[in-house]
Design a protein around this ligand. Sequence first.
Ligand code: URA
Length: 273
Amino acid sequence: MTPTPEPTPTLRQLLAFYLEAGVDCALAEEPLDRLLDADVPAPRAETPPAAPARPAASPMPLLRGEVAPAPEAAIASAREAARTAPTLEALRELLDKFDGCALKHTATRLVFADGNPQARVMFVGEAPGRDEDLEGLPFVGRSGKLLDRMIAAIGLDRSKAYIANVIPWRPPGNRTPTPQETQICLPFIQRQIELVNPDVLVTLGNPSTQALLQTREGIMRSRGRWFDYDTGSRVIRALPTFHPAYLLRSPSYKRMSWQDLCAIAKALAASAA
Ligand code: URA
């Protein structure tokens, strides 16, 4: 029997497929088939650079004819915007309007936070994945389910904890956020931590730990060790631990993760006393 041919995808479907696969920026005006190495003609001298208005090192795609701001300008405007937000609600609205991070244009929606803003403990992950992008809430997929079980083990749930990410938009195809994207989003999560003002801050995994606690150490060395996190108005105790997605891949580290959870419970009890 002859197989029925697949229907040809529309341009919109093709673009959606590329985005999902993490292809989020055009490098040249015309496609190059790099598998045909020998046959690839040398780029034509008259071919103009792909995006002359964009700094060469910028990973940000230009969308809807916009000129992406230079990362430095975007970082400065993120700092200025975040600094002025008096409340979490205002911060969420500012982020919704903020155009300095290209991830916003490829994500379905902003993933700001979940849980109780009055909570005494705040967990911060790296960036939303597919499930979070669809629901608009952090940690609702598989690793979120494990995070719920981890916090339940020390008597907490989302009504007693606050949960957010360093990056509030899903990177296409779950690719690793670029250092520029992290730097642009950093002032917003820093202001969010300052406004929530928890007694204990828990960084989940390496990217969140390195971005927030300004350490270059890997999570194997930093986990389980207390850091001081200075919000500008107060010094908060901060503890890095494994990201639940890592624990799903490497369950043998759950034993150490349990030790970290016990340390968090102890610190919360001590600060309540
Ligand atoms: N991983 C994260 O770091 N954050 C989420 O919200 C989901 C998965």
